[in-house]
Design a protein around this ligand. Sequence first.
Ligand code: MG
Length: 247
Amino acid sequence: MFEEAKRKYLLEHGHARFCPKVALIDMDGVLFDSMPNHAKSWLKVLSDNGIVIEEKEAYMHEGRTGRGTIEILYRRFFHREPTDEEVQDLYYRKATLFDSLPEAKVMNGAKEALDAIRDFGMNRILVTGSGQKLLLGRIEKFFPGHFTTERMVTAFDVKQGKPFPEPYLKGLEKGNAQPFEAIVIENAPLGVQAAKAAGVFTVAVNTGPLDDQVLYDAGCDVLLHSMGELATSLPLIATPFSLKNDE
Ligand code: MG
């Protein structure tokens, strides 16, 4: 049932075959159910600064650097760029509030999905825009053996975060894979855009409040609704596919 998506992907990108050996996996909203806490923290510190946005907008900015989000909102609300002090102060307060909230739980089905990826013989690489040290530290605790430090791309490794392709290009490099040898697992529109810009087959898992259409518009190749669904569908999604065999 995923063959049509694979065929479309190959034609679009000019590759002859799709043979994934690496999964590039986002963290927030994919491995941890951390997006409600992120959204809550952003809404609170922004409104303290006179910037009132809807909750859904916080989800639309997911994956962007803190600075990038703050700049966009300052332009819209105050018609000017924020100063460096304003960016640092706001982001510091957001991160502090986030760290003070109850720990985000592991996303339902995430462990099973990672196991399914491993059992299919694929490497796992974490690709996150997050620089939240607490969450990154919890990766080994909750997903032991799946990610080593060499198999992580975080906010500290990239100059231009999502929606730019750099995080996923770095992920391909770390996984020693060509774009047609990988899949991306993403929940956010900007993350899907970044993955597509890197030329990788992108599986969107819509774990948040956004409409599916937002993720389709961002360019995902396949859309699922839970990590549990990914665990079940992974063997079908990752089965190699070649245009030649198809003729
Ligand atoms: Mg995410």
